[in-house]
Design a protein around this ligand. Structure first.
Ligand SMILES: [Zn+2]
Length: 196
């Protein structure tokens, strides 16, 4: 089932999400629904707060980036095959010199901005079966994980922009919160007027 994606301005996007255990109600169904929601919106990542749940879970599928010829063949191959669910993730380490990448977010449609992040991460997480893993990622895969990880920490990519950029974006972000935008996937807007 496709779930509505929570738009910018909703308080759930600002909350630090909490850990879950294997007894979380209907977890497998939730994971399936989140993948369906992510693919339905052509996203490469989706975090639980974006569907209104402040729990530490997100998923990433970078395969759409594999078509991008600006990446090396080796990188394209990696991107094509990367699909993973991260539960109770903790980033243990972020290293290297910050690099810029033009990020977007399903909760903030049509806004794209360069965001600076470190290129290499070490992350501990549990998979769908609650097995613990510690893994290292770099490049675009690390980038998408960092973006989704920020969501479970209550941080949006727009929070990382300069105050000048934030001022420039303010009106557009308010319009998003009010639902005054055109989108082709289901969304829920915090400031949408109930009257028609
Ligand atoms: Zn996002």
């Amino acid at each position: 089932m496709i779930l509505p994606i929570v738009a910018y301005g909703d308080a759930v996007l600002k909350k630090k999400a909490i850990a879950i255990d294997k007894d979380y109600p209907k977890l497998n169904e939730l994971i399936d629904n989140m993948y369906e929601t992510m693919y339905g919106a052509y996203g490469v990542g989706l975090a639980a707060p974006q569907i209104g749940l402040a729990i530490r879970m997100f998923m990433v599928d970078t395969s759409p980036f594999a078509e991008d010829e600006s990446f090396s063949e080796e990188e394209q191959e990696k991107l094509k095959n990367f699909k993973k669910t991260f539960i109770n993730a903790q980033i243990l380490e972020e290293v290297g010199e910050e690099w810029a990448f033009n990020e977007g977010c399903l909760s903030i449609p049509d806004v794209r901005e360069d965001v600076f992040r470190r290129p290499t991460i070490k992350i501990e997480y549990q998979d769908e079966n609650f097995e613990t893993h510690v893994e290292e990622y770099d490049g675009l895969i690390a980038r998408v994980i960092q973006h989704e990880y920020d969501h479970i920490e209550g941080v949006l990519f727009t929070d990382k922009l300069s105050s000048f950029k934030k001022r420039l974006l303010k009106g557009r972000l308010t319009n998003i919160a009010k639902g005054k935008i055109k989108i082709d996937y289901r969304m829920r807007f915090p400031l949408m007027s109930k009257k028609r």
